[in-house]
Design a protein around this ligand. Structure first.
Ligand code: SF4
Length: 236
């Protein structure tokens, strides 16, 4: 039996709370169950590259970008990720095979907002292969999965759920305007002592914001500067 889940209004079928407001492609019952269990996911792209941002900058990693995000940051540089319905559901087992075939044994799961979906299965399978699993998330949706590194990047449109703060290994705040320094300080008070703190200029505002970030970090040395170094290296 085919179930049409894409609607002209917001999708409202709640499968374990993982996606309640997301447009998805037309799926049959089996695909819906596989998506619910996290054995199929809308994969936008997967590629082997160098991590360009944050604490692990400069390290090789296999990136898995999951489509779908309802956070809606106006400066987002991957808006093509937002609509999950245009990204085909892929077998997670196949994606894990691709990751395991790479030389470096680190995977970064990103998006979109990857926590829109159930990440328990993909992280279990990656870890069974001895792969270190990192996540880049806004924290806007329920947490799922097991990770070696959690990068929390809070967004004003949809602030993180409280469960993320103790899990975050890294807090990465994107600086688009002066108010983002206050937003950064507010979140730094909520994360654990182990969490590393990063400020990263939003790409289109980098010339304007970089001097302010430099001054802020020199005055607040618990913070670090993060650059989108992959863009300078001209790699994905
Ligand atoms: S949370 Fe990330 S993917 Fe979603 S709109 Fe914001 S920057 Fe873009």
């Amino acid at each position: 039996m085919r179930i049409k889940v894409i609607m002209s209004h917001k999708f409202s079928l709640d499968l374990n709370g993982y996606f309640s407001d997301m447009k998805l492609p037309e799926l049959d019952q089996i695909q819906l169950e596989e998506l619910d269990k996290g054995r199929m996911l809308p994969i936008m792209e997967e590629f082997y590259t160098i991590q360009g941002e944050g604490h692990h900058t400069g390290k090789p990693a296999y990136f898995i970008r999951i489509g779908g995000c309802d956070v809606g940051c106006h400066w987002c540089d991957v808006k093509e990720s937002w609509d999950a319905s245009i990204h085909p559901l892929k077998s997670v087992d196949k994606v894990v095979e691709h990751a395991a075939a790479q030389t470096a044994k680190t995977v970064v799961i990103t998006g979109g907002e990857p926590m829109t979906f159930n990440l328990n299965y993909i992280t279990q399978q990656l870890k069974k292969r001895g792969i270190s699993v990192h996540i880049e998330t806004s924290g806007a949706h329920n947490f799922s999965g097991t990770f070696d590194w959690v990068c929390l990047s809070p967004k004003k449109n949809s602030p993180p759920k409280s469960e993320y703060y103790e899990k975050a290994d890294e807090l990465k705040v994107i600086v688009y305007n002066r108010h983002d320094f206050e937003w950064a300080k507010e979140h730094a008070l909520k994360v654990s002592d182990k969490c590393r703190l990063f400020l990263q200029p939003e790409w289109s505002k980098r010339d304007e914001m970089m001097p302010l970030i430099v001054d802020f970090v020199m005055e607040n040395p618990e913070w670090n500067v993060s650059l989108q170094s992959h863009k300078y290296m001209n790699i994905p």
